[in-house]
Design a protein around this ligand. Structure first.
Ligand code: AMP
Length: 431
């Protein structure tokens, strides 16, 4: 369906035309009319479905109707809360694009950077605010602004919000919002705690659902390579040299693992950068910028940092470790083949992860093809429960040793060099 058939107003149609959006995506087709008719909406949709535009377009349209002709300082009419900084920035950029032919003002606030610029922009007045929960509550607590004029509230990525431990922040926030408001609630999954949360926010909502989380896009080809733990990096190099001719978003289970992969790739003269929660906002933005401009070949990300990264026409996703929650696999590979483009998702499974592959295959109904022809076949067997217990015990012991060595070196005992080399040798043994 075309956007003009959804009764989208001309200034927004013109902006969508500039973005070369020809047809509304299914979530847009369903959600836009419901939101324009002032319903609360419960949206079950993941990133990649066009959900940002599904709520941003009608929000801009409704506020333009209320305030478009007002000359005075803008009132804060809409609040969009989302879990990560990257996602917040991207939603704000979408709002900038879709509202460029209106006179609405918008801004974005998130933590990890100084607040001054954000405060100035807020004080000059905006109609639409995109925010992460911590900075939002912080600035409200400082009395910099309030939510008294909010007419439209959006809680985006609610499931991830709870995963990240934001439940108390959300409860605090709900107390600050006017009770008379329109609310939109988006989540990729709907476990019972999310359903419960949605009930505290929405009134008589209309439900819109697209692409249940168990379904992976038909346009994504999925492959699984089984190998031994020790060969994973070599297999990665083989894939990068022999099988992949484009940029890659690579997922690592841990932040530490992400950094290790980047160091390894750099040694192999492959340009890569990591994006995760221990990186500063600037480092993350630069990594994303370098990836988007093609300066680096690989962006290595953890799940939380990657959530919401929007990269046009990303073809390849690699799971360097298999996620232990099958739904995470669906989220990860959804980063490729976006908005109808073809994608390729490659997963590397070491013996210990084989069990997670089974769960994933069950969820996605065996749509991933196992590649048997490659130079690093899996010969390891998964550990028995007893071996695993021993392994974890030993791992924990080494971790404690490394922490103790680091503490000792900081307090001056043992000298920097000695403890550093000790920590390194522990790290090596662990691999
Ligand atoms: P989202 O699910 O909001 O993260 O959007 C995924 C991607 O689809 C973004 O790059 C959008 O710019 C793009 N997109 C959203 N709606 C449309 C549309 N109607 N036609 C083409 N691309 C779209």
């Amino acid at each position: 369906m075309r956007f003009d058939e959804l009764k989208v107003i001309d200034p927004i149609l013109k902006a969508l035309d500039d973005k070369k959006y020809e047809e509304a995506t299914p979530i847009q087709e369903k959600a836009i009319p419901l939101i324009l008719e002032r319903n609360d909406v419960l949206g079950v949709a993941q990133t990649g479905t066009g959900k940002t535009a599904a709520f941003s377009i009608p929000i801009i349209q409704l506020i333009q109707k209320i305030d478009g002709k007002n000359q005075g300082k803008p009132k804060l009419r809409s609040l969009i809360v989302t879990p990560t900084r990257e996602l917040a920035i991207q939603i704000d950029e979408s709002i900038r694009d879709y509202s460029k032919y209106t006179n609405l003002k918008h801004t974005v606030i998130y933590g990890g950077v100084k607040q001054m610029k954000q405060v100035k922009r807020l004080q000059s007045g905006v109609h639409i605010l995109v925010a992460t929960p911590g900075r939002l509550l912080d600035l409200i607590g400082q009395g910099i602004f309030n939510l008294n004029d909010i007419k439209l509230f959006v809680l985006d990525e609610a499931d991830r919000m709870l995963d990240m431990g934001f439940i108390n922040d959300i409860r605090r926030l709900l107390k600050l919002l006017p009770t008379k408001r329109q609310s939109l609630f988006f989540s990729a999954t709907m476990p019972s705690n999310i359903v419960e949360l949605s009930r505290t926010i929405l009134k008589d909502p209309k439900k819109v659902e697209v692409t249940p989380v168990s379904s992976t896009a038909e346009t994504i080809q999925q492959y699984i390579y089984y190998c031994n733990r020790i060969d994973k990096r070599d297999l990665l190099l083989y894939l990068l040299n022999e099988k992949i001719d484009d940029q890659v978003l690579l997922f690592s289970r841990t932040k530490h693992g992400a950094d290790k992969i980047v160091r390894f790739l750099k040694k192999e003269n492959i340009k890569a950068a990591a994006i995760h929660g221990n990186k500063s906002q600037n480092q993350r933005q630069n990594a994303l910028k370098d990836f988007k401009s093609g300066k680096i070949k690989l962006l290595v990300a953890t799940d939380i940092a990657a959530r919401g990264i929007d990269i046009d026409k990303l073809q390849y996703v690699i799971n360097f470790s298999i996620p232990n929650i099958p739904e995470t696999y669906v989220h990860r590979i959804g980063r490729s083949g976006r908005a109808g483009n073809d994608g390729v998702a490659i997963s590397i499974s070491e013996a210990e992860d084989n069990i997670y592959v089974k769960d994933i295959q069950k969820l996605i109904k065996n749509k991933a093809k196992v590649v048997k022809e490659h130079p690093f076949p899996q010969t390891d067997k998964p550990m028995t429960a007893k071996e695993k217990k021993e392994f974890n015990k030993e791992k924990q012991k080494r971790k404690m040793e490394a922490i103790a060595a680091r503490r000792k070196s900081r307090s001056g005992g043992g000298g920097r060099g000695s403890s550093k080399s000790k920590a390194k040798s522990v790290g090596n043994r662990r691999r």
